[in-house]
Design a protein around this ligand. Sequence first.
Ligand code: G3P
Length: 226
Amino acid sequence: MRIPPIVINFKTYSEAVGDRAVRLAKVAVEVAEETGVEIGVCPAHTDLYRVARAVDGDGVLVLAQAVDAAEPGSRTGHVTPEMVVEAGADGTLLNHSERRMRLDDLKDVCRACMNEGLLTIVCASDAMAARAAGALQPHAVAVEPPELIGTGTPVSKADPEVVERSVEAVREVSEDTAVLCGAGITDGSDVRAAVELGSDGVLVASGVVLAEDPKEALLDLISGLE
Ligand code: G3P
């Protein structure tokens, strides 16, 4: 499994919950089929199963937004790596700045996800955190300065150094780990700038989820990969 160059985090936006999550995931399928570009979608836990059933094997990978550092057993309300696999997920985000983990928990859960065969994208807020994340040898590190999240001001233009430094830092500790960047990414020129800085793709939320026409927004993002 490869890391898709465009990963959409549905977060808890009402626009991407329940049937609307399935609709948005199907838009991603349409775009993936039309462009040949693989896309990742990260619905809420409660929608993983239905989204995974709706898009299975159609150029779209389904990722959870997080999993807990909890082993199966006598625990309540946790979501384990095994549970998201059973729901049909291909992978998961970990340590998003809106769902931070302690480093020792992150280490354990990262290993548990790998053991379950999940594609693992560890988020980091800066280059130093990206290096620590890369040292866990995940499939990808996604660098996202929290202050730019949801602003529409793209990290790849507003803070190119954090992207460049993160790419360097991750490459130094793990050659096989891809680097995504995210926060404020909204159009193809933001994606182009990200790729020119050495990143392998983008992690995006509001630019697609809240777009008037998510298909058009996705196609525009993908135009930046060409
Ligand atoms: O996980 C993606 C994210 O935090 C970026 O959010 O809305 O700035 O694309 P947004």
